[in-house]
Design a protein around this ligand. Sequence first.
Ligand code: ADP
Ligand code: MG
Length: 434
Amino acid sequence: MFTHEDLAQLQAQSLKMQGWIRQQTFSPGADKALRRFSSWEVAELIFRVNQSTLRGRLATDPSLPQGLVEEDGRQRWYTLEEINEMRRRIKVNRRSLMPARPAGKRALRAAIANFKGGAGKSTVALHFAHAAALDGYRVLCVDFDPQATLSHSMGLTDVAEDYTVWGIMARDLIHETNRMNASARGAESGAALPRRTLPSSITDLGLDGLRVSDFIKPTCWPTIDLIPSCANAAFVEFASAQYRHLNPEWSFFAAVSRYLDALPDDAYDLILFDCPPAIGYQSMNAVFAADMLYIPSGPGYWEYDSTTSFVGQLAEALEDLSAFSGAVPTGTMKLPKVFQDVRFLLTRYEPGNELHRAMRSAFGKVFGDRLAEHPIEMTRAVEQSGRFLSSIYETDYRDMTRETWRRARASFDQAYDEFKTHALAAWDNLEDGQ
Ligand SMILES: Nc1ncnc2c1ncn2[C@@H]1O[C@H](COP(=O)(O)OP(=O)(O)O)[C@@H](O)[C@H]1O
Ligand SMILES: [Mg+2]
């Protein structure tokens, strides 16, 4: 027979090996580092200008970044910082190389969400973050999934749970409860609201003293930051249920939205959420904070089925929330929740597979132009790079056949370009100062 004590003992044993196993699996040796990009990539794939045009510019102005020449030949290789400096300083045909950003708006928030595990959420989130950073955007990723695939892929493995979405939610509970108590005391007329007290097990964690920036970790990409997750954050679902009980007026689903409202408008351009494969407190925070939903789905029948049920469950959960009768939420969010855009994206798609083609046309019939035109293709390159927790953008094309690399990259580039078009339209529609 086993009790909780036996389970605790098993965990203690397991923890002893955790560091070693992690090292074997995730980070063989060193910290993750970002590679340099060749002049071919910078010109044709990143700036999308003629190679000789770029070479000419760099030759006439020696104060521009000159990169490094590697042993293998004529190509120069540039860091992302150098690429961003060129982007700021070079114009081609009077066209700026800076990416578009609507004036006077905060960062756009997009959630990559589906309750199905293995739908490709983390892969899409990782690749869109990298594509956007190469496009010149400043990106903040939020990992809502305690499986922490995105955090691990971005090189963050030793994360304390205080600094995850759980910490943000618990800190929000403390702040909101204090705010409600203060306004209850200050009210001179009307029925006094009950004062809520939180147990010292929550207030003594020191979370209310954390600043907004304490939750944000840098990654090896100079323009990508991350609010990471970790396996221990799985108990957030359990804890949140208790928190709601402690203060039923707390708008638990708006914690992350309120947190992001506290960031300066110009700190980031794009905020990307990787969602957990379940409906719960974390995923509700993600969808609630999102301006835009991007729903990846595999091209199989069961995936179609579970994507349909995801949309249904989400509709129900959001309907429930719209009747939320607790404290009037603060921040920029409103009830009922309104998205600027909702799109579906097929992933792991094989153009040669008859079933996939049939499912694509079924998705198209049902969702119409909500279905992204460019699916993400299943590729060995992504499968392989995924195993090393890297994106195709991070993989050096010299490490595989150039054609294999290009095909995989082209598929993500097209999906990103389409995402960007929709994102810019959604961004334009955000209310000013919102
Ligand atoms: N386009 C693709 N080509 C090949 N393998 C893929 C592709 N997209 C995802 N995968 C693989 O499928 C698995 C599940 O993807 P993942 O993004 O982790 O899904 P989720 O986050 O929805 O659970 C991973 O092993 C990943 O490497
Ligand atoms: Mg995932």
